[in-house]
Design a protein around this ligand. Structure first.
Ligand code: RFL
Ligand code: PHB
Length: 389
C-alpha cells in the first residue's frame, strides 16, 4: 500500500496534521497504537493558544470549540494569601481558550471519520525504514498481520515514548533534558470551578493550580513527591491540601466532590535536535516535553504541526522544498522559547527540596516584580497567550 504521508501517532499532533493535510488534498494515513477510546480517556491539557484555535479553524474543526470553549482574558497568580491578576487581553490584545485536549482530539477523530480518512488503530511494532532515502516505508503488525506502507514522508507524532525519535541515529541526535524533583497530582471533579479564571498558586506547602474544563467540571493540581501514588491520596486529603495552598477566600469558596480521575505526572523539560532526519519529521511530544506549568505542551505540538503542514503543502503544490528543509530550524526556535517560559514559570511557583533561604527570597522578588511591573506582565502575557508562529 502507498500514502503520501504516514503519520505515526493518533494524538493531537498526528490528528491535527492529518486533518490539515487532508483539507489540502494530501493523503495521510494515521497509525495509532491504542484504541480511539483509550486515546480519548487520557486527561491532559486544557488551555489553547489562539494559534492552535486558528489551525483548528483551518482544519475545519472548530464549531464545538467556539460554542463550548471558554475565552479567558487573563489569569490569577496567588502568593501566600494574596492574588493578583494578569490581563492578557489588555496587555497583548489576545485571550486564551479553555477547552480540553480530550475534546480537541475527539473533534479531530470525528472530522477524520466524516472525511473518510484512514486511521489504523491497535498497530504494534511500528518500524520506520529508509527514512534517509527517497523511498521510505513503514511496517507494522495489526491483528496478527504484518503490513507495509510506502510513502514520501513520515511524521513522527508518537509522543515521548514513541519509536520515531529512536529511529534517528545516535550520532545525529542530540538530546537536552532536565527533570524536576516533584510531580503534579491532578484531580478532575464534577464541581463548578472555584474562580472564573485559572489560579496558579505559590505557597509554603508547594504549588497548586485551579483549572477547569467547563462550568460543571473542574481540574485541580497540587505539587507532590515523585514517590507518591494516586492511591495514597484520598479525595479528602487532596481537598484539604489544595485548600491550604490557595488564598483563604478561595478555599472557603471551593466546592469539593468525588474525584472522577486522579493521576500523577512527573515534570520534565526535554528537547531533541534536529527534529528532521531525511524524510522523517518529529512533531510534538515525540521531539520535546515541557513541564505543564504554563500549558505549553499541546500548544507547542500545534506550532510544529503548523510549520510541517505549510512546508508539505509548499512541496506538493509548488515543488518548493524550502519549508520542509527549514522545518527543524524554525520549529526549534519556537520550541526553545516555550521551554524557557515553562522552566522559568515552574521555578517561580514550586517548592524545591534544597531551596535555600536565598533561593526563596529570589522567588519572592521575582513574583513581586511580576505583580508590580507592567513590562514584566506583558512579557509573561505574550508567552502565555503564545508567541507568534
Ligand atoms: P501524545 O498526546 O502523547 O500522542 C502520541 C500518540 O502516539 C501514540 N503512539 C504510537 N502510535 C503508534 N505506534 C507507536 N509506536 C506509538 N507510540 C505512541 C500514542 O498512543 C498517542 O496516542 O503526543 P502529541 O500528539 O505530540 O500531543 C502532545 C500533548 O499530548 C502533550 O504535549 C500534552 O498533553 C502535555 N501535557 C500537558 N500539556 C499541557 O499543556 N497541559 C497539561 O495539563 C498537560 N498535562 C501532559 C499532561 C502530558 C502528560 N503525559 C504525556 C504523561 C499530563 C500528562 C500525564
Ligand atoms: C489544565 O487545565 O489541565 C491545565 C491548565 C493550565 C496548565 C496546566 C494544566 O498550566
Amino acid at each position: 500500500m502507498r500514502a503520501q504521508v504516514v503519520i505515526i501517532g493518533g494524538g493531537p499532533s498526528g490528528l491535527l496534521l492529518g486533518q490539515l493535510l487532508h483539507r489540502a488534498g494530501i493523503e495521510a494515513v494515521v497509525l495509532e497504537r491504542k484504541t480511539r477510546d483509550y486515546v480519548l480517556g487520557r486527561v491532559r491539557a486544557g488551555v489553547l493558544e489562539t494559534g492552535l484555535v486558528r489551525l483548528m479553524e483551518e482544519a475545519g474543526v472548530v464549531g464545538r470549540l467556539h460554542r463550548e470553549g471558554f475565552v479567558h482574558d487573563g489569569t490569577q497568580i496567588a502568593v501566600g494569601g494574596e492574588m493578583f491578576h494578569i490581563d492578557f487581553k489588555a496587555l497583548t490584545g489576545t485571550p486564551v481558550i479553555v477547552y480540553g485536549q480530550t475534546e480537541v482530539t475527539r473533534d479531530l477523530y470525528d472530522a477524520r471519520a466524516v472525511a473518510g480518512a484512514r486511521t489504523e488503530f491497535e498497530v504494534e511494532h511500528v518500524v520506520i525504514h529508509d527514512a534517509d532515502t527517497d523511498r521510505p516505508y513503514v511496517t507494522y503488525d495489526q491483528h496478527g498481520d504484518r503490513k507495509r506502507i510506502d510513502c514520501d514522508f513520515i511524521a513522527g507524532c508518537d509522543g515521548f515514548h514513541g519509536v520515531s525519535r529512536q529511529t534517528i541515529p545516535l550520532n545525529v541526535r542530540r538530546e537536552y533534558e532536565k527533570t524536576y524533583p516533584f510531580g503534579w497530582l491532578g484531580v478532575l471533579s464534577e464541581t463548578p470551578p472555584v474562580h472564573d479564571e485559572l489560579i496558579y498558586a505559590n505557597s509554603d506547602r508547594g504549588f497548586a493550580l485551579c483549572s477547569m474544563r467547563n462550568a460543571h467540571l473542574s481540574r485541580y493540581y497540587i505539587q507532590c513527591a515523585l514517590s507518591d501514588h494516586p492511591e495514597d491520596w484520598t479525595d479528602k486529603a487532596f481537598w484539604t491540601e489544595l485548600k491550604r495552598r490557595i488564598p483563604a477566600e478561595m478555599a472557603e469558596r471551593l466546592e469539593t466532590g468525588p474525584a472522577i480521575e486522579k493521576s500523577i505526572a512527573p515534570l520534565r523539560s526535554f528537547v531533541t535536535e534536529p527534529m528532521r532526519w531525511g524524510r522523517l519529521f518529529l512533531c510534538g511530544d515525540a521531539a520535546h516535553i515541557v513541564p505543564p506549568t504554563g500549558a505549553k505542551g499541546l500548544n507547542t505540538a500545534a506550532s510544529d504541526v503548523n510549520y510541517l503542514y505549510r512546508g508539505l503543502v509548499r512541496y506538493y503544490q509548488d515543488g518548493d522544498s524550502e519549508g520542509i528543509d527549514r522545518y527543524s530550524e524554525k520549529a526549534l526556535l519556537r520550541v526553545w522559547k516555550a521551554e524557557r517560559f515553562s522552566w522559568w514559570f515552574s521555578g517561580l511557583l514550586h517548592r524545591y527540596p534544597h531551596q535555600s533561604a536565598f533561593d526563596l527570597k529570589m522567588q519572592q522578588a521575582d513574583l513581586a516584580f511580576l505583580r508590580d511591573n507592567e513590562s514584566q506582565q506583558r512579557a509573561f502575557a505574550e508567552n502565555y497567550v503564545g508567541l507568534p508562529y
